[in-house]
Design a protein. Structure first.
Lengths: 146, 462, 521
């Protein structure tokens, strides 16, 4: 093992408390086919077109996922989104793009209930946390400083 | 009339004419067959030099780095040399020669590369590669000494030093070309062949200009073999064309193996080519054949169409490697031109004592400046702020913006010449080179005449 | 773990974890190479050094500055004119480079006095320039010269000058990336906030991670200006030193190259609360969405839509013309750090070109995450590639074209794979709507080059047609297309050779400023 990975390992243990593992395993694994497929489509769009989910630290990704997916869920349910800070507004613009894309590309979204949307988006959120943070193989996510 | 030799009067460099020593050592290393240099230092020292060479030759060459990182800078990095040698040998089955080229960082750290080589020979090579022929040599080329030119000189000497052996006299001469192009090597080999002289050419880089083949399996590489290098100790004579690019090797062979050395001339222009052929003839006893008289005649025929009509009195600035600059200046004088500014890009203390420079000082009948340790600002400042007027610039492509911004025509010569197509394929040495140079200069001046509408109608009936 | 083992790297087994093939149905939790680790000595890696990352990539694009490297001349020479970061300041930053020319005696006795003399000489030679950046090199880092102290001394003695010091010697990190980090942090620590900038618009951004390669920045700047957005500073392409000192006053940081500049965005967010918006300037959809998001942030999305509509109407037909002809062509996308992910999806979607391999010379695992996510199944992803692995991959994959650096491009040429320069472009710029079509045009010209077709003919054994005097690209590209396409009067890109210079003399609409209370929101 090289010096760099040794350092990262050390940092890992030293700063693990910085973000706790929230999602222990792939949240899609045990779900039904339809849900898997739908969340898969939503995830596919994000992974092909978006960059907001790649900030370089685990805690940062946690915030990004929560902010953007949270607001997207609200928009998909036609709710008012409050943006009290510039950072909020920044999440919101990415959420608006997702809201539009999802409605355009995935007609099934307009046909399900708001509760179902919320539920799906919650799973998507967990799934994004899993892929980008808790299940990620990126060893830099735990480094302390930028 | 005065010909001043001065040193650049600033301590710093604005727009350098040369890069540093390791580049020269790396250029030497790619001329050897089955050789991959391991540059002990930061990755940039290799990456940029490979890029520079690829810009000039439009080919890629393999050179490795020991990839010095922070821990190595603090604790020493000899281990990385050992690992580098092992990795190279295990992945390149035909590899036989690995020069370890040092850089400023590893010289400052004080890594004992020579010691590492001994350790490797006794350890890794004996244990892991007992049946392979592997030659390791250390080439010390820190960047804070000299320049890429001295780095090349040092490397040539070190290659010769490593391999030269005393054997049965082989009747050949060692022919050290200096830092030249494949086109130059081709021309020089042609002249040797016409003279029927058997020579070991260092370095055999004609194949640097290599084809794109239908199967896609061609690679550009040098062709000087270990046997070639070994045979240098048994030669009858060494001729090093460029004092500063191979002189050290010739002196070494003279000292250690009593192989007589002839240093120079740089065969640029008719007169210097004549001298070189005469010296070769004296050394080997071979006569200069009629075919070369005719070849010389062809060059004469081409050049005399141009010289007194178009080239006479044209003021030239020349920059680059000392041997190249001096050779070009001498040829320009024979062509009735006026080299007014010569820029030698490093601080080699021998320049002031160079008899060719002394000859210029004694005989030039108009003001000429020779600047050592020069940079491009020495040229630009004189043009921009001190009224220097030039008709032509001779030098390599890094100076191109001076030609472009001040609208002064420029013929690209030296290293690197990447902003014109195919220059490496042509000689600047020999009779072929004399013709090529004279015609390039003329055509460049003609283009400029048309561009500036400066009596361009003269060419209507030339 | 679908790690990919190269035959040529079996003897260095640690390499196996640096290459991955994206399997069917796999996501990033299954497949991700290691990244940004120390380089294996002797591997003949593509990587450069941290000095390059700091001085060459990020520092020198600043156009109104004397860039002085403290060390022997080599580092300076090597990073002079070797990247195409142009500027509208007559390319001062391309033409002039400065080195303190450290020699042996300085190594022994120290070079601080030499440095000071150099700084004064440089300012004297260019009396109209009052800004300087000084870069440490391996040599001066090792001898311990205190560049910051000397710079401070000179700034005292020459009021009106300002000097930025970057301590990023070549060995400071596994690759160029270490240098990016160092200069980002040094700039935000020492220079941001030291000038109060003039605000000329209600909508103020820093455009970060953009280096104006062949005019990319000027293309994007044109869009922002058409929207009435003030680019307070560009970090650092076509950028001005004093503008960059005012970065703290922007409302938004628009980030292109996250690899080289996310650090400063993250620090500005932490210190000044300025949000970071990552965008893609490449590809019609990605670029359009990016402009929309920036517009949306400021409540002026309609202005973005107007630009997108105009540009799409002008350029989409030509892009589609190329897409029809490039569909199914296979490419190795082998750049330095971020283009693997800027381009991987957009090229497939908008040009039909299939990416069969991505690599990154100095990127981190984050870059690989983005690249692998955006690339398709079966893509071979390589971290820190080396010479033999590249050749083995090319022989196995047999792509139709390769996007990579100038020197590896020569390797590809020999193997009969046409190449386009991924770092500095062929006939760029490639950002923007028109730029993307220029890129498609270059790919088309490379792939359907009649000369390239001829290079595969072995005249000693293959059939030689004796009835043909020439072939055209169109004859090659349209051979299997429907008749309507073959007869299409469109012939591809109709823009100029130089698509950037005209932007420099353009006039822009003036938008009314909101009253100060409204502007506060």
């Amino acid at each position: 093992m090289t010096a760099m990975t040794k350092k990262a390992q050390k940092d890992k243990s030293a700063t693990y408390p910085l973000y706790e593992k929230l999602i222990k395993s792939d949240p899609l694994a045990e779900l039904d086919t339809v849900t898997k497929e739908r969340v898969g489509q939503l995830e596919w769009y994000i992974m092909k077109n978006c960059l907001w989910q790649y900030n370089s630290r685990g805690w940062d990704r946690r915030n990004q996922n929560a902010g953007i997916i949270g607001k997207t869920a609200q928009l998909l349910c036609d709710e008012e989104v409050e943006n009290s800070t510039p950072l909020d507004k920044c999440y919101w613009v990415d959420a608006v793009m997702l809201n539009r894309a999802y409605r355009e590309l995935y007609p099934w979204i307009s046909e399900i209930s708001k509760d179902e949307i919320k539920s799906l988006m919650k799973i998507l959120h967990a799934r994004m946390d899993w892929v980008m943070i808790d299940g990620s193989l990126n060893e830099e996510l735990v480094v302390q400083h930028y | 009339m005065t010909c001043d030799v001065k040193v650049k009067d600033r301590v710093g460099t604005i727009n350098p004419i040369f890069t540093c020593q390791p580049a020269g050592a790396q250029f030497a290393s790619i001329g050897v067959k089955d050789c991959i240099g391991l540059v002990h230092g930061g990755q940039g020292c290799v990456m940029f030099v490979r890029l520079l060479i690829s810009q000039h030759l439009k080919e890629s060459f393999e050179i490795a780095s020991s990839s010095l990182h922070e821990d190595g800078a603090v604790f020493g990095a000899c281990g990385r040399v050992e690992e580098g040698v092992d990795v190279l040998l295990s992945r390149y089955p035909d590899l036989k020669v690995i020069p370890i080229i040092t850089t400023c960082s590893t010289e400052v750290i004080g890594d004992d590369v020579d010691g590492v080589i001994t350790k490797l020979e006794e350890g890794l090579l004996a244990e892991k590669y007992p049946d392979r022929e592997v030659h390791l040599l250390a080439i010390h080329t820190p960047s804070f000494v000299g320049s890429m030119i001295s780095g090349y000189d040092v490397a040539v000497r070190d290659f010769v030093k490593k391999f030269a052996q005393k054997g049965e006299p082989n009747g050949k001469i060692n022919f050290i070309t200096g830092w030249v192009n494949p086109g130059d090597v081709k021309e020089l080999k042609h002249l040797l062949a016409e003279m029927q002289i058997d020579a070991t050419v260092l370095f055999e880089i004609e194949n640097f200009d290599s084809p794109m083949m239908p199967k896609g399996d061609e690679v550009a590489h040098g062709n000087t073999t270990i046997a070639d290098l070994q045979s240098t100790g048994s030669a009858s004579h060494t001729v090093a064309l460029n004092r500063y690019e191979g002189g050290k090797a010739a002196e070494f062979l003279q000292k250690k193996f009593k192989v007589p050395a002839t240093i120079g001339p740089t065969p640029i222009g008719i007169r210097n080519t004549d001298s070189m052929l005469k010296k070769l003839s004296e050394i080997t006893g071979k006569p200069i054949p009629e075919s070369l008289v005719r070849e010389r005649g062809l060059a004469m025929d081409a050049i005399t169409d141009i010289a007194h009509m178009f080239l006479a009195d044209k003021k030239v600035a020349i920059y680059g490697a000392a041997d190249l600059v001096i050779g070009l200046a001498e040829f320009c004088l024979d062509l009735e031109m006026k080299p007014v500014l010569l820029l030698l890009g490093d601080d080699n203390s021998s320049y002031v004592n160079d008899p060719r420079i002394k000859a210029l000082q004694e005989n030039v009948d108009y003001p000429m400046e020779i600047i050592t340790n020069a940079d491009f600002w020495d040229l630009e400042d004189r043009i921009k702020n001190h009224g220097l007027e030039l008709d032509l610039i001779l030098g390599h492509s890094k100076g191109r913006f001076i030609s472009i911004d001040y609208d002064i025509p420029m013929v690209r010569v030296g290293f690197p010449t990447y902003d014109r197509a195919g220059l490496y394929r042509y000689p600047v040495v020999g009779y072929g080179g004399a013709t090529w140079l004279a015609e390039q200069m003329a055509n460049t001046l003609f283009t400029d005449m048309e561009h500036k509408k400066n009596k361009e109608w003269i060419l209507n009936v030339w | 773990m679908p790690y990919h083992e190269f035959d040529c790297s079996k003897v260095i087994p640690e390499r196996k974890q640096h290459a991955v093939v994206k399997g069917p149905g796999e996501d990033l939790t299954h497949a991700l190479p290691k990244g940004y680790l120390n380089t294996i000595p002797g591997s003949i890696s593509e990587r450069g050094c941290a000095y390059c990352g700091a001085k060459h990539v990020i520092g020198t694009p600043m156009k109104d500055v004397i860039h002085l490297s403290h060390g022997p001349v080599g580092c300076t020479y090597d990073t002079w004119q070797t990247k195409r970061y142009i500027s509208d300041n007559e390319n001062f930053q391309l033409k002039y480079t400065f080195a303190t020319d450290v020699k042996e005696k300085h190594i022994v006795f120290g070079a601080e006095k030499l440095l000071k003399e150099n700084i004064l000489e440089a300012f004297k030679a260019f009396p109209n320039i009052k800004r300087m950046t000084i870069y440490q090199t391996c040599a001066t880092a090792l001898i311990g010269d205190d560049i910051d102290a000397i710079a401070a001394e000179v700034m005292e003695e020459l009021p009106g000058t300002d000097i930025f010091v970057c301590n990023s010697p070549g060995f400071a990190g596994p690759s160029q990336s270490g240098g990016h980090h160092k200069i980002n942090i040094a700039w935000v620590n020492t220079k941001v906030g030291t000038v109060e900038p003039e605000i000329t618009s209600d909508y103020v951004i820093n455009y970060v991670g953009e280096y104006n390669i062949q005019g990319d920045q000027e293309v994007m700047q044109d869009y922002f200006k058409r929207m009435g957005i003030q680019i307070l500073s560009t970090f650092t392409g076509n950028g001005k030193y004093d503008e960059l000192r005012g970065m703290h006053r922007a409302h938004l940081n628009v980030l292109e190259c996250a690899r080289s500049a996310e650090y400063i965005c993250d620090e500005l967010r932490a210190r000044y609360g300025i949000p970071r918006l990552d965008i893609d300037g490449f590809g019609f959809k990605a670029l359009g969405d990016s402009l929309r998001k920036v517009g949306m942030f400021f409540g002026i999305e309609d202005r973005a839509e107007a630009i997108i509509a105009e540009e799409t109407a002008r350029w989409k037909p030509e892009l589609d013309w190329y897409k029809e002809r490039l569909a199914g062509k296979r490419v190795c996308l082998w750049p330095g750090g971020s283009k693997l992910w800027h381009w991987a999806h957009a090229i497939q979607e908008e040009m039909g070109v299939k990416v069969v391999s991505v690599y990154t010379k100095f990127g981190h695992q984050g870059d690989m995450e983005k690249g692998i996510a955006r690339a398709g199944e079966g893509t071979l992803a390589i971290d820190d590639p080396n010479e033999l692995e590249g050749q083995e991959a090319l022989r196995t994959l047999r792509p139709d074209v390769i996007f990579t650096g100038k020197r590896p491009g020569e390797v590809a040429k020999k193997m009969r794979v046409p190449y386009l320069n991924a770092h500095a472009y062929h006939n760029g710029p490639y950002k923007g709507f028109e730029g993307w079509v220029r890129f498609a045009r270059d790919i088309y010209n490379a792939v359907y080059s009649p000369i390239y077709q001829l290079s595969g003919l072995d005249i000693s054994k293959d059939e030689i047609a004796t009835d043909k005097g020439f072939m055209t690209r169109r004859m090659l590209s349209d051979a299997t297309l429907p008749e309507a396409s073959r007869n299409d009067p469109m012939t591809g890109y109709t823009g100029k050779y130089d698509s950037v210079s005209d932007l420099r003399t353009k006039t822009y609409p003036v938008f009314e400023r909101k009253s100060s209370s409204a502007a506060a929101e």
